[in-house]
Design a protein around this ligand. Structure first.
Ligand code: CAA
Length: 260
């Protein structure tokens, strides 16, 4: 697939996907959403890619939201369709078998905050700002923000952000658990790549199943989720990674994982 609004570069198993519409602070229009959908389908099936980093071009914005100019004239049915497309994209990121790290380099607002929320891990630069300012525009979040934000930071804090539309800085985002780590702007991509490389050195089957266990288990009651975890734990023992990982420990050497 050819991309007009995305840059994708893969080096040593790590794909960096950059949303590239700097003239609109990387806002998500229909085409960019379709491109993200295609990119994540490709990358998820590409054996040469093991970890994905998602970021925005330039120093100002990660993604400043869904594209307001494109949304303004939409009918109710078209807006519902647009939100459904957004949900499909966020779902594709969340369900990707590859870990996805958001490297949030500036404004992550509205659909941009929702995009970061769909990723597995969020690293922020000191310049990042987060918010769900949709109420300023007379709408609510449409790409999962009401749900994923509340699940991540809790109902009360999420409702404060959703109802006031207030923006928060990276330090506050870290304090409320919206981001995992804050680093200087110049070090952001390197920090994301370092974390990706650490994940890459682990057993690939286990990494994939750990993501699956958390994602699906959180939607179940605790008994069912623990049963599910036990099933996936058992499944690990069908992999050569498990034999190699435990053998390497016993032989006091570094494991050589095959990812099967
Ligand atoms: N959609 C379309 N264009 C956008 C945009 C967006 N979400 N955000 C910024 N832009 C455009 C601006 O219109 C401007 O374009 P022009 O130069 O052609 O005028 C350009 O990007 C630069 O933006 P500003 O001049 O506004 O830059 P600033 O530094 O003064 O302000 C900002 C930065 C605070 C991020 C401000 O741009 C802003 O508030 N943007 C909108 C944020 C927002 O409300 N996001 C939520 C969108 S709704 C949504 O996302 C719904 C959903 O969940 C699906």
């Amino acid at each position: 697939m050819k991309f007009e609004n995305l840059l994708i570069e893969t080096v040593e198993g790590i794909a960096v996907v950059t949303v590239n519409r700097p003239q609109a602070l990387n806002a998500l229009n229909q085409q960019t959403l379709v491109e993200l959908q295609g990119a994540f389908a490709d990358l998820s099936n590409n054996e040469a890619v093991q970890v994905i980093i998602l970021t925005g071009s330039g120093e100002k914005a990660f993604v400043a939201g869904a594209d307001i100019a494109a949304m303004q004239p939409l009918s109710a049915l078209d807006a519902r369709q647009f939100a459904k497309l957004g949900h499909e994209v966020m779902g594709a990121i969340e369900k990707s078998p590859k870990p996805v790290i958001a490297a949030v380099n500036g404004f992550a607002l509205g659909g941009g905050c929702e995009l970061a929320l769909a990723c597995d891990i969020r690293l922020a630069s000191e310049k990042a700002r987060f918010g769900q300012p949709e109420v300023n525009l007379g709408v609510i979040p449409g790409f999962g923000g009401t749900q994923r934000l509340a699940r991540l930071v809790g109902k009360g804090v999420a409702l404060e952000l959703l109802l006031t539309g207030d923006l928060i800085d990276a330090a506050e985002a870290y304090r409320i658990g919206l981001v995992n780590k804050v680093v200087p702007q110049a070090e952001l991509l390197e920090a994301a790549k370092k974390m990706a490389a650490r994940i890459l050195s682990k057993g690939p089957c286990a990494v994939k199943l750990a993501k699956e266990a958390v994602r699906n288990g959180l939607e179940m009651d605790l008994d069912k989720a623990n049963q599910y975890e036990a099933d996936l734990f058992g499944l690990c023992f069908a992999s050569s990674d498990q034999k190699e990982g435990m053998q390497a420990f016993l032989e006091k050497r570094t494991p050589r994982f095959q990812g099967n």
